[in-house]
Design a protein around this ligand. Sequence first.
Ligand code: SF4
Length: 504
Amino acid sequence: MPPSFFQSVLDLIVKTSTDLPPDVRSAMRVAMAAEPAGTRAAQALAIIAQNIDQASDSEGAICQDTGMPTFEVKVPVGANQIQMRKQIREAVAEATRRGVLRPNSVDSITGRNSGDNLGPGTPIVHFEQWERDAIEVKLLLKGGGCENTNAQYSLPMDLPELGRADRSLEGVRKCILHAVWQAQGKGCSPGAVGVCIGGDRTSGYLHAKEQLFRTIDDLNSDPRLAELEAAIMGTVNGLGVGPMGFGGNVSLIACKIGALNRLPASFFVSVAYDCWAYRRLGVMLDPKTGAIAEWLYRNPSVPIVPMLDQQGFVRTGREVALTTPLDEAAIRSLRVGDVVLISGRMFTGRDAVHAHLMKHEPPVELRGSALYHCGPVVQKTDSGWRVTAAGPTTSIREEPYQADIIERYGVRAVIGKGGMGVRTLAALRECGAVYLNAVGGAAQFYARTIEGVDDVSLLEFGTPEAMWHLRVKDFPAIVTMDAHGNSLHRDVEHASAEKLAALA
Ligand code: SF4
């Protein structure tokens, strides 16, 4: 076994989680230039840019959801794949111990988090032999929010707003547009899509994800697919979904399409949606030593150009300062579009906490509280707990519970990303509460607003799912659903649906 293989894979994981590839940075710079200053879209992108710089400066996770580690490994004939798989797993566990990866491997029957990112099916490692005398290891870290917005279509079918999608490239075009539209802000737009035409349901998704290993400027070798990629990129941003689903000029930064043969009866179009935190890197290894001979997607001798040459999130003076516990009158005075800065105690709560609260009393007083949909990366230190990454998770998963929890326990502010549905909107109005959209993926940015961890409840659910008692200072978020029945998410969805129909 090459002696440096473990260390090289560990280095790859650290860089992938903390340093966005140059091609993605460039695409995000173009996105920033396309959004007019002062808009919600521009504010979101400024926070994202600041977060990207903070992550690479401090070697912290770009996003707290470090995703499903997916390795694509090419090896010479005769290489010991059993040993390599073992060392890849050890490197994943070590990166988790160091807080570079969040513990993300959950037993699907018991709900228990393995704590080290190891378990049946995690990490994903695909091996392929090739005839070169070199080892190539590529890694994709794709989080749950964007994974949940993947879509698979079986053609022919009728698509909302777009009409019939036939078994043709025109039908494929409609599927891709629909996939980007339905993701809205839930997958932390602006995103990138990998697409597979054909295959079966399994190979289609796999090949779609493989497209995400192509660089953004890569020109498709099949001119028909190159044309389709260009056609999508030429029109998709007219949908107006915008960064974080706030509305705006950039919804997608890349579209990469592949094709597989299919059964005569099947015609699947599989779309793998990745978020702006499009984390993929690779290394070429010396087959004898396992040492890194070359980085893929990045050139370590070229200095990283910061995303921002100024401060990032700049206050306008119009922000509304809120301190917890929150007062009903202050909350009812907020309107969609207001930017708030929250200080004081904030509780995290996501899937397991919400399910728990439906059957049990909360472990803390939630009256007047701010409940943050967040699964942070947390490290135990000699002096207590330290949050190293803490962006919002996708809120819509809590829609079946949220209204009841607001009504029963008097929560005044729900913080997350991507917005919530009609039941929550009705509860906000009835109870005098708001939904605040934080910027998805901005894990380093938000971690820096946390002054300390006062306590933790329900730690038995695992660190991402526990209820952390955070002390925050000037945590910025945008009111996107208010206590007057207004929802920016509903408005953007309706407006973009009209634009989608125009692209039919
Ligand atoms: S940026 Fe958003 S979608 Fe991507 S991994 Fe982070 S939270 Fe999930």
